[in-house]
Structures are given as C-alpha cells and as structure tokens.
Design a protein. Structure first.
Length: 198
C-alpha cells in the first residue's frame, strides 16, 4: 500500500510540474487575421533584459488546420519599447516547427514591448500591433532575480550609473572652474592693490 501511494504521489508531482511548466513557457497571445490564426509572443518567457530572446509567430490556416510556411518572405516584424522608434527585425522560419517564425533580439531594458507585424499571408493583408502585458505576452523583466551566484547589473542600470557619474563629474568641473575664476580675480585684485601701493 505504501509503495502504491508513493508511486501515485510521484506521478502526480510529475504531471503537476509538466502542467505548470507548459503554462509558464507559452504565454502568447492569439490573433485571428482573416482565415489565419497567428500566435505572437516571446520564444523564452519570462523575458529577461540583456539576454538573447526572439519574437515568435505561429501561423495556422484555420480552414485546413495546417501550418502556413514561407512567410519569412512576406511578413515583417518591428519591435519598440520605451517610446523609442521601432526597429525592424529579420524573420526566419523555426527549424523545429513548420508555420513558426522567429526574429532574434536582445531586449536591453525592462518594461513593456510592442510587436508590429505587417505584410501578407497569402492574399490576406496583415497589420497587427500587440503590446506586452498580462493578457498578451510577458513584459521584459530584470534578470537579477534569476542570477546566481553574483548579481550582474543590467545595461540600463549601468547607463543610469554612468549618467550619474557624468553629471557629478560635470558639477565638479564647474565648481573647479568657478574656483579658478575666483582665484584669478583675487590674484588680479591683489596685483592691482600692490601696484597702487607702490
């Protein structure tokens, strides 16, 4: 009886971990564009700043339930974040999955990202803009929580620290320049007073 309960518990743990892992690993959003179903998200979720990832598209023809191939020639993906101008990414078909496409990118800042997919699927025009969030796909988060043994600062943290150092250096330069000007004025005044006395 003990062996049977132990085996059943082991099976339940394995099933629960598989269910949990599959739900966390595939947080994509689905859009219906004409007769096509397009799944959009990150290849690796959670998405971490500073680590290689990719925009992933999965395209299926709902009339035949078949994956749609060859779209790397007709679709374009742009990515944008932080109010910056979007950047076009190169799409390539996924080697391991027909109808899946990936566009590699290293997101360097945390926060929300927008994917803009344009072009054509067969004769169907595509112009879909999707922003990350709780109902679509993950925002990009800091990798520090997953780092071990040493926490490495993110690029945007380093940039902020560098800006702070530059600002401090600029203030120090201004103070030094001000002190130099005051010293020169004082020296000039001393020379004028010495000449008057002579």
């Amino acid at each position: 009886m003990h062996r049977m309960l132990s085996a059943a518990a082991s099976v339940l743990v394995v099933i629960a971990s598989l269910i949990g892992a599959s739900g966390a690993a595939y947080a994509h959003t689905t859009r219906n564009i004409g007769p096509y179903e397009v799944k959009i998200g990150w290849v690796s979720e959670p998405a971490y700043a500073g680590l290689l990832n990719a925009v992933e598209l999965g395209v299926t023809d709902t009339r035949t339930n078949a994956p749609v191939t060859g779209l790397e020639k007709t679709l374009t993906v742009e990515i944008a974040a932080g109010g910056l101008a979007p950047v076009k990414l190169e799409i390539a078909p996924a080697e391991d999955e027909p109808g899946a496409y990936r566009a590699a990118v290293i997101p360097t800042a945390t926060g929300a990202y927008t994917f803009h997919i344009t072009g054509k699927i067969d004769t169907q025009s595509v112009d879909e803009k999707v922003e990350s969030g709780p109902n679509t796909f993950d925002d990009v988060t800091s990798a520090q929580a997953a780092q071990y043994p040493t926490k490495v600062p993110q690029a945007d943290d380093l940039a902020r620290q560098l800006d702070d150092l530059r600002s401090s250096a600029d203030e120090a330069r201004l103070l030094a320049l001000g002190a130099l000007v005051l010293a020169l004025i004082g020296l000039g005044a001393a020379l004028v007073m010495a000449r008057r006395r002579a």
